[in-house]
Design a protein. Structure first.
Length: 168
């Protein structure tokens, strides 16, 4: 018997589940597109739930029964604590369980994220996509602006693709 996918807003009680999903999935998902030397320094920094984001009221979870299959959200402020720009939202910390890729789960989650952002008056979304997820975001209508290096900490940079989506 298959349980239906349930999308809901994350709460503080979900922090450990999101942490586990990121820690288990990012290493497997990113391995094909990033050198081990990049992952050894970046994964400890990006594979952890961000409490402020998870509890922001803008972070969604996709569950099947009691199993967390995907997570992700958006913020008005840019990643890394950047200032907010009127009408611009930012995709944040999206992940789908590596064992459940290409089943529409990430797409369903992102449709909820984008609808929520539009409902909040956002006209354009920006995304710093992993190189791995670039095709996924393009399939949602995001347009690549070019590769960037995301400073995770002094001396630790992470290659990403800057992407945009303008709402109709």
């Amino acid at each position: 018997m298959t349980t239906a996918l349930t999308l809901r807003m994350a709460t503080k009680a979900d922090l450990a589940a999101v942490d586990l999903l990121l820690a288990e999935s990012y290493p497997r998902l990113l391995a094909a597109d990033y050198a081990p030397s990049v992952l050894v320094t970046a994964l400890p920094l990006i594979s952890r739930a961000q409490p402020g984001l998870v509890t922001s009221g803008r972070y969604f979870l996709a569950w099947e029964g009691d199993q967390l299959l995907a997570a992700g959200g958006w913020s008005m402020g840019a990643p890394g604590g950047g200032a907010a720009t009127a009408g611009v939202g930012h995709i944040r910390h999206v992940v789908t369980d590596w064992r459940y890729q290409r089943r529409g789960i990430g797409r369903a989650l992102m449709q909820a994220v984008l609808a929520d952002a539009m409902g909040a008056g956002v006209a354009r979304m920006e995304c710093l996509s992993t190189l791995t997820a670039e095709r996924f975001y393009a399939s949602l209508g995001f347009v690549a602006r070019g590769r960037v290096m995301v400073a995770l900490r002094p001396g630790i940079d992470f290659p990403a693709m800057a992407m945009d989506l303008a709402f109709p």
